[in-house]
Design a protein around this ligand. Structure first.
Ligand code: ZN
Length: 269
């Protein structure tokens, strides 16, 4: 599943490619035909992300709410668009470009009130300028759940996925099985600040890089990572390989329905 930086990048791409101009909106697959008809020909006024949710704003007509889920995919291209296949749930077109959305969990036209309800049930997002880690801390500091599970709970903090959770805990030497209530305020503030920085970098580069300058392949004289997720990381999908810092073996286990990766040498209980 894409992490929050991908969705924020998609919002920025929509603003850049389609923003401020009238747009043709359709649903070649038919599942979103009614919603598409209501915003077809209108101006895209804004595009916004919160965690893994994308919102395309069409003024008083409402918002197209998109959640990619596990299988959703977006493709952008230059106009003219090729004939749409039957798998395209949502197609956006202007004179210069088109975007096709396939296989999302959610693609629906919603009101301002419905959009607000989604914001209200999501935790703060490190990529939303107005959000702070405070609301997340209120929940984490009282929780008997592990910090690794809390970081994946979108009600606690929005947009963090499996890669950022593993990497940020490693970067701060925090055992993933530590309970929320056992984190210190200083640790949480440092984790939040780091997520803001790492995820902004993720939006900018379009991939997740989490190793510090002294641990890049060039600095360490090691071969670069080969993985279809791209990017240089400390622990994510590096099970049984040596830790870049202590040389110990990276471990893996299931937690909160996803595989967790950590270094027991660097992340002591
Ligand atoms: Zn280590």
């Amino acid at each position: 599943m894409p992490e929050g930086h991908t969705i924020h990048r998609l919002a920025a791409d929509h603003d850049l490619v389609f923003g401020g101009r009238p747009l043709r909106v359709s649903s070649p697959q038919g599942k979103f035909s009614d919603g598409a008809a209501l915003v077809d020909g209108l101006v895209l006024e804004s595009a916004e992300a919160h965690g893994k949710h994308l919102f395309l704003g069409f003024g008083p007509s409402g918002w197209v709410h998109i959640h990619l889920g596990l299988f959703g995919k977006y493709g952008f291209g230059d106009a003219p668009a090729p004939p749409a296949t039957e798998t395209v749930r949502l197609r956006l077109i202007n004179d210069e470009a088109y975007a096709d959305l396939r296989g999302p969990t959610t693609c629906a036209l919603i009101t301002d009130g419905e959009k607000q309800a989604i914001h209200d049930r999501l935790g703060p997002d490190p990529l939303r300028a107005r959000d702070t880690g405070e609301k997340a801390w209120q929940r984490i500091s009282k929780s008997r759940t592990t910090i690794a599970a809390l970081l994946m709970d979108q009600k606690v903090i929005a947009g963090v996925g499996n890669v950022y959770r593993a990497e940020v805990l490693f970067r701060h030497g925090i055992d993933p099985y530590r309970l929320g209530k056992d984190l210190t305020r200083a640790e949480w503030d440092a984790v939040w600040a780091d997520l803001v920085e790492l995820m902004r970098e993720g939006v900018r580069l379009g991939r997740i890089d989490t190793v510090r300058p002294e641990h890049t392949p060039e600095a360490m004289g090691r071969p670069p990572r080969v993985d279809d997720h791209g990017g240089e990381v400390y622990v994510y999908r590096r099970a049984h390989q040596p830790c870049h810092i202590c040389g110990g073996e990276i471990r893996t286990a299931g937690l909160a329905a996803r595989n967790l990766f950590w270094c027991p040498g660097c992340q002591k209980p």
